[in-house]
Design a protein around this ligand. Structure first.
Ligand code: GLY
Ligand code: MN
Ligand code: MN
Length: 414
């Protein structure tokens, strides 16, 4: 909690005079009238408050004064959904200067916002606060998310420790999946093994829907159906990560269904692994993610040329970005409260800084009908993904303990 208070102070110092930062929680969504979807607090809201209840509104002023509105106590609702915080409890536990109940909002909010000319706020069409916020005629409006992103990109010690815990849960769970894998296992059952393992370790939930994709399914980048049966000779791509204390991990590994890579699979995987390790070494402060991405494009193109999947010169293929047929995604993204965390936009070079966490995840995907490829490389999707902390002098691989060498993987799967 301490670091959040410090963060709020630091952030308040960057707020211009007569401004306010306003964050609203996400609403609770319902599948039917009284059956709710799992609730997770909005990431920015959680970042600055740690408060998990829905229907909450948070305000931060340049003076560093913090104000929180929370749901009123409601004994009837609480019978079904469990206790809600009292104003006093919330104030004490979350270290907020002023806490009010929502029934006081209409009276208190105009008073709090009197004299404010600039608001940092993101409207969320589902939020019950939008209409109220629109009623205030602020002279200037800016996105709260854009204001927050430079802070969120650099992780505090406590945040890194949560990411590391999320990584450890995922590492253990990936190993369980590899051990459970054999011909005729279903992707879904393996997904179940992963979820059971991360839950047993105290993880809150998956950081994103896990991808358990065997054979041709692995060439669908966001395959999440997980409804096939793994067959002998196929490779299984697992891209799955736990969330721990609201922080994400994101790991991809490739496991041979029958316990061993074929000759060509091994060759291609080894080439990709070599490149992935080189790319990890590139990560250090002041290097741009764009330049690491360019190195990935070059490396992938070279591999594709070596395997006869592309023809012609390296230069020409790079110019045409022909590797994109086999690797349509970029080298990685920032990681934190969200799996694709306040990540760099297209056109932004993405200068890496000490305290950032990112993924390095080159991949090669070969369609089942690709006549250029030898038969055992058709319907194959390879991605090797690790989570990397940028340190003062270079980088630390937070997911290093999950094997990725051919021999280690074969041992794990056998
Ligand atoms: N799991 C999503 C990604 O790797 O970006
Ligand atoms: Mn990723
Ligand atoms: Mn991933």
């Amino acid at each position: 909690m301490k670091w959040r208070k410090y963060k709020r102070k630091q952030m308040a110092r960057s707020l211009p005079k007569s401004s306010v930062l306003v964050l609203s929680s996400l609403p609770q969504f319902f599948r039917q009238v009284d059956v709710s979807y799992p609730y997770r607090q909005e990431s920015n809201f959680y970042y600055l408050t740690g408060f998990e209840q829905a229907e909450s509104l948070f305000l931060l002023f340049p003076s560093a004064r913090s104000v929180l509105f929370i749901q009123d106590k409601n004994p009837l609702k609480e019978i079904w959904d469990g206790p809600l915080y009292t104003v006093k409890e919330a104030q004490k536990k979350y270290g907020i200067d002023e806490v009010y109940s929502l029934s006081q909002l209409d009276e208190a909010l105009p008073k709090k916002l009197r004299g404010v000319s600039k608001v940092f706020y993101d409207s969320n069409s589902n939020s019950l606060f939008d209409k109220k916020m629109r009623a205030f005629k602020f002279k200037k409006k800016e996105s709260a998310f854009h204001f927050l992103k430079n802070f969120r990109r650099i992780k505090e010690r406590e945040e890194i420790s949560s990411i590391q815990k999320a990584c450890s849960c995922s590492i253990q769970a990936h190993k369980q999946v590899a051990k459970a894998l054999r011909p005729n296992t279903s992707e879904r059952a393996l997904h179940g093994v992963f979820i059971q393992s991360i839950m047993e370790q105290g993880s809150d939930r998956e950081a994103y829907q896990g991808i358990f994709a065997c054979g041709a399914n692995a060439t669908v980048l966001h395959y999440v159906k997980n409804h096939s049966i793994c067959k002998k000779g196929e490779l299984l791509l697992v891209d799955a990560g736990a969330e721990y204390g609201y922080y994400s991990s994101d790991i991809s590994r490739v496991y041979p269904v029958s316990g061993r890579f074929s000759k060509n699979q091994k060759k291609l995987y080894t080439a990709l692994l070599k490149l992935q390790k080189q790319l990890i070494k590139e990560v250090k402060p002041e290097v741009t993610l764009k330049s690491v991405n360019q190195k990935m494009n070059e490396g992938i193109t070279q591999i594709l040329l070596e395997f006869g999947l592309l023809k012609g010169s390296l230069k020409k293929n790079l110019k045409l970005t022909s590797h994109r047929k086999y690797c349509p995604h970029s080298v990685g993204h920032l990681l934190g409260l969200d799996v694709h965390d306040v990540t760099f936009k297209k056109g932004e070079s993405g200068v890496l800084k000490n305290g950032m966490v990112l993924t390095i995840e080159p991949g090669i995907y070969i369609h089942r009908a690709d006549k250029q490829a030898p038969e055992d490389l058709r319907a194959v999707g390879l991605r090797i993904e690790d989570d990397i902390l940028v340190t003062q002098t270079g980088q630390k691989n937070l997911t290093k303990k999950l094997p990725k060498e051919v021999e280690e993987i074969e041992e794990l799967c056998s």
